[in-house]
Design a protein around this ligand. Structure first.
Ligand SMILES: C[S@@+](CC[C@H](N)C(=O)[O-])C[C@H]1O[C@@H](n2cnc3c(N)ncnc32)[C@H](O)[C@@H]1O
Length: 282
C-alpha cells in the first residue's frame, strides 16, 4: 500500500473537519490530518472504499451512517479521566456547594438533588461524585439523589455501567475511600451497590442536551475537560444548553483550563483558593 493512497487530501480533511465540528463540537487541528488518515484507513479497507471522499459520503449519507458515526467517535475523542480529578474543585463542591444546596432545599421543603456529569467518559467522575455526596453526610437515605453521566461515546458508557476499574484510576483518590466504596474483582476494583443506587448513565450529545434532557433540572452540572476541544461558538451553544437545564443559583463546574469569560453571560464566577466555579445568575 503506498503512502499516497492512504493520504487524506486537504479538501477531504476540510470536509471531515466541518462534519466533526458540526456533529460533535470538536475542532480537528491541521496537525491531526495524517494521524486521522492512519486511524481511518483500516476501516475504509473493511468497507472496500477507495478514498476518504467515499468514506465521507458513507458517513453523511449511507443508511448505516449512525452506526458508523459511533465507530468513529472513539477515534476522535479523548476519554482520559480518573477518580477524584481536580481535588480543589471537588473540595469546593463538598464544603461550599453541597451544604448551600442542602440549606436552600430544606428551606423550600424539597428533598431531591440532581447532578449532571456532562462528558462523563467511563464513569470515574460520576462515581467520585457519589462518594463525595455520601462522605459529605449532607444527604441522608430519605433524600432523592440522582447523578447522571452523559457522553456521546457508547463504548465508554458501557465501561461506566460496568463499573470495573484498574488500580491506576485511583491514583488521586484517598485509599481509605477506595476501600470503602469499591471491592476487589479479579485484578480490578468494582463499585459497590451503594454507588450504583444514586448513579445512572445516558448517551447524549452536549450540542443537543437541552432537547435530550428536556424537562430535567440540575442543581449542579460538571462539564470538565470537554470544552477545551471545542470552538468558541460551540462552547456558547453548549453553555446555552446548560442554562436551559438549570435554575437561578444553580452551579456549573468546568475544567481548570476552561473558562466562561467570553461565553457565559448567564453565569457569575465564584472564586475559591485553587478553583473557580460558576453560579447561574438570578
Ligand atoms: C477528557 S473526557 C473528560 C471526562 C471527565 N469529565 C473528566 O474530567 O475526567 C471528555 C469526554 O467528553 C466526551 N465528549 C466529547 N464531545 C462530546 C459531545 N459533543 N457530547 C457528549 N460528550 C462528548 C468524550 O467522549 C469524552 O468521554
Amino acid at each position: 500500500m503506498t503512502a499516497e493512497k492512504t493520504a487524506m487530501q486537504a479538501e477531504e480533511f476540510r470536509l471531515f473537519k466541518e462534519h466533526v465540528a458540526e456533529s460533535l463540537g470538536l475542532v480537528l487541528e491541521e496537525g491531526s490530518r495524517r494521524n486521522l488518515a492512519a486511524k481511518l484507513w483500516p476501516r475504509l479497507e473493511e468497507l472496500r472504499l477507495k478514498s476518504f471522499t467515499e468514506y465521507y459520503c458513507y458517513l453523511k449519507f449511507s443508511p448505516g451512517r449512525e452506526a458508523e458515526w459511533q465507530r468513529l467517535v472513539p477515534l476522535l475523542t479523548n476519554n482520559e479521566t480518573y477518580f477524584y480529578r481536580e481535588a480543589a474543585q471537588l473540595s469546593v463542591l463538598a464544603q461550599e456547594v453541597l451544604p448551600a444546596l442542602k440549606e436552600r432545599k430544606t428551606a423550600r421543603g424539597e428533598r431531591a438533588i440532581r447532578i449532571l456529569s456532562a462528558g462523563c467518559s467511563s464513569g470515574e467522575e460520576v462515581y467520585t461524585l457519589a462518594m463525595l455526596l455520601l462522605e459529605s453526610g449532607c444527604f441522608s437515605w430519605d433524600w432523592d439523589v440522582r447523578i447522571t453521566g452523559v457522553d456521546i461515546d457508547t463504548r465508554v458508557l458501557d465501561a461506566a455501567r460496568q463499573g470495573l476499574y484498574a488500580q491506576r484510576a485511583f491514583w488521586a483518590a484517598d485509599p481509605e475511600l477506595v476501600r470503602r466504596y469499591l471491592t476487589p474483582h479479579g485484578d480490578k476494583l468494582a463499585v459497590r451497590p451503594i454507588l450504583r443506587k444514586w448513579t445512572c448513565f445516558a448517551e447524549g450529545n452536549l450540542l443537543d442536551l437541552r432537547e435530550r434532557l428536556a424537562g430535567e433540572r440540575f442543581d449542579v452540572i460538571l462539564c470538565r475537560n470537554v470544552l477545551i476541544y471545542f470552538a468558541e461558538e460551540t462552547v456558547k451553544r453548549v453553555v446555552d444548553n446548560f442554562t436551559a437545564l438549570q435554575a437561578s443559583g444553580d452551579y456549573l463546574f468546568l475544567g481548570h483550563s476552561e473558562s466562561l469569560s467570553r461565553t457565559g453571560a448567564s453565569y457569575v464566577p465564584l472564586r475559591f483558593p485553587g478553583a473557580i466555579i460558576y453560579q447561574k445568575r438570578t
